[in-house]
Design a protein around this ligand. Structure first.
Ligand SMILES: Nc1nc2c(ncn2[C@@H]2O[C@H](COP(=O)(O)OP(=O)(O)OP(=O)(O)O)[C@@H](O)[C@H]2O)c(=O)[nH]1
Ligand SMILES: [Mg+2]
Length: 215
């Protein structure tokens, strides 16, 4: 059986969600990245404990005005990267509300990885690593600091999440049908990344595919 793990990437605007996706799927960084309108999609084939797994990643807009659109993409996710910016305290203060939102709008056992991004900007830091770790411990999350700029811990964050989800499938904590890959995973390891553009028109979406996945 081939596995497809659906991830959502959530958190305040500007914390670096799209840059993390870009670094993971295309191994590059854009210093002037545009804010996301609605959702963007990326995918990458990875090897988890000897098994090929397709990570299907939905990068959501952090701006409040998109919340109702982005929430509709949470369904069926088995992993979430909950991202804050270590240089902006308010993005850390908003984690509780993102967490509640994720847990209320997903229908599956959700493995949540807390990510303190922009670890390269140590001189501008407003959230200590200890604060991040203690929030994660309190809420039962796995925690890592990353830099989408230097690529530090970016692969590790996505892969560690996949490894935990995989273990949960083996243990029966996650129903295998959730990750069985409704859309058969591609054989190659290439990344693809599209912007759905105007979501209300669904211009890049395949109408036969209820999740709107362009893969
Ligand atoms: N120094 C540094 N800058 C980063 C890092 N990640 C992102 N940035 C910067 O932060 C800006 C915002 O990043 P985005 O990835 O667009 O933020 P986002 O979370 O996707 O924002 P929304 O799409 O509005 O929700 C980018 O233009 C980058 O310049 C990082 O790890 N280090
Ligand atoms: Mg974005």
């Amino acid at each position: 059986m081939s596995y497809v793990f659906k991830y959502i990437v959530i958190g305040d605007s500007g914390v670096g969600k799209s840059c993390l996706l870009l670094q993971f799927t295309e191994k590059r960084f854009e210093p002037m990245h545009d804010l996301t309108i609605g959702v963007e999609f990326g995918a990458r084939m990875v090897n988890v404990q000897g098994k090929n797994v397709k990570l299907q990643i939905w990068d959501t807009a952090g701006q409040e005005s998109f919340r109702s659109i982005t929430r509709s993409y949470y369904r069926g996710a088995s992993g979430a990267l909950l991202v804050y910016d270590v240089t902006r305290r308010e993005t850390f203060e908003h984690l509780q509300s993102w967490l509640e939102d994720a847990r209320a709008n997903t229908n599956t056992t959700l493995m949540i990885m807390l990510i303190g991004n922009k670890s390269d900007l140590d001189s501008k830091r407003q959230v200590s690593k200890e604060d991040g770790q203690s929030f994660a411990d309190k809420h039962g999350l796995v925690f890592m600091e990353t830099s989408a700029k230097s690529a530090e811990n970016v692969d590790e964050a996505f892969l560690r999440t996949a490894s935990i989800i995989y273990d949960n499938v083996q243990k029966g904590v996650i129903d295998p049908s959730v990750v069985s890959g409704k859309h058969p995973a591609g054989a190659n390891g290439s990344a693809n990344r599209v912007s759905p553009g105007n979501l209300s028109e669904g211009n890049n979406n395949n109408n036969e595919n209820p999740s709107g996945c362009p893969c």
